[in-house]
Design a protein around this ligand. Structure first.
Ligand SMILES: Cc1cc2nc3c(=O)[nH]c(=O)nc-3n(C[C@H](O)[C@H](O)[C@H](O)COP(=O)(O)O)c2cc1C
Length: 208
C-alpha cells in the first residue's frame, strides 16, 4: 500500500490518479507487488486480442511510460509492428484497486535505453534471449530452447553476449487509465484521459 489513505483518495479524482501512479511505480520496484506482473494485451494481425503476463520493469510517470523487456522475435512485438494499440491490466488486492491502462506500444532493440535495460538484467535473465529457434517456434520435443550446455548453471557474460541481439524493450505510452476501487460500502470507478493539448490528465467518475 502507498501512503495515500483509503478514505482520502477514493472520493477524490486527483488523489485516485495519484494512488494509481504510486501503485504502478511500486509495482516496478517491488517484485512482491501484484502489479509487478500485469497482463499486457496486444491485437494480432488478424484482429484477435492476445494477452500475456510480463514483468513491469520501470515506470516513468512524467512521460506516462511503462517499460517491459521482451525478445524482439516474440509475437507481441509483431503485434505492435502491425498496430500499436496496447493494454496493461493489473489488480492490487491490498489496495483493492484494478487498474486498466491503454496506450501506444513501441519497441526498441538498440539505443541507450535498451542498452541500459540489458545491463540491468541478470545473467539468468539475459540467458532467456539465447533461445534458438525463436520463442513460439513449434518443436518436436519439450525444450527450453537453450543449448543443454548452458542449462542448469549460472551463465557467464561471454555465453550470454550473443543474446543481446534478440533483446528489446517494449514501451507503453499510457493514454488512458481506468481505475476501479472495491469497497464494502460501495465501489468507485473513474477514468482518466491524457489531454495532450493541455498536458494534463482529465478524469471523471463512472458508475462501477
Ligand atoms: C510471471 C511471468 C513473468 C513473465 N515475464 C515476461 C517478461 O517480462 N517478458 C516477456 O517477454 N515475457 C514474460 N513472460 C512470458 C510471457 O507471458 C509469454 O509467455 C511470452 O513472452 C510469449 O508471449 P508472446 O508470444 O505473446 O510474445 C512472463 C510469464 C510469467 C508467467
Amino acid at each position: 500500500m502507498t501512503g495515500v489513505k483509503e478514505e482520502s483518495f477514493f472520493n477524490d479524482l486527483d488523489l485516485s490518479l495519484e494512488e494509481a501512479w504510486e501503485l504502478l511505480s511500486e509495482g516496478a520496484t517491488n517484485r512482491h507487488s501484484p502489479l509487478h506482473t500485469p497482463a499486457v494485451g496486444t491485437v494480432t494481425s488478424s484482429g484477435t486480442p492476445s494477452q500475456r503476463i510480463m514483468v513491469l520493469r520501470a515506470v516513468d510517470r512524467d512521460n506516462r511510460r511503462l517499460r517491459f523487456n521482451s525478445d524482439h522475435r516474440a509475437s507481441k512485438v509483431a503485434d505492435i509492428d502491425h498496430g500499436a494499440a496496447i493494454s496493461v491490466l493489473g489488480y492490487h488486492p491490498g489496495a483493492k484497486l484494478q487498474l486498466r491502462l491503454s496506450g501506444i506500444g513501441s519497441v526498441q532493440t538498440t539505443g541507450p535505453e535498451a542498452d541500459a535495460a540489458w545491463q540491468q538484467a541478470s545473467l539468468y535473465g539475459q540467458r532467456c534471449y539465447l533461445a534458438d529457434p525463436a520463442p513460439g517456434s513449434p518443436v518436436k520435443a519439450p525444450t527450453s530452447g537453450l543449448d543443454p550446455g548452458i542449462e542448469g548453471q549460472k551463465p557467464t557474460p561471454e555465453q550470454v553476449a550473443p543474446a543481446r541481439a534478440h533483446f528489446a524493450i517494449l514501451l507503453v505510452e499510457v493514454q488512458k487509465i481506468e481505475w476501479l476501487y472495491l469497497a464494502h460500502g460501495g465501489h468507485r470507478r473513474a477514468i482518466f484521459y491524457w489531454n495532450a493539448a493541455a498536458s494534463r490528465w482529465d478524469g471523471r467518475w463512472l458508475v462501477p
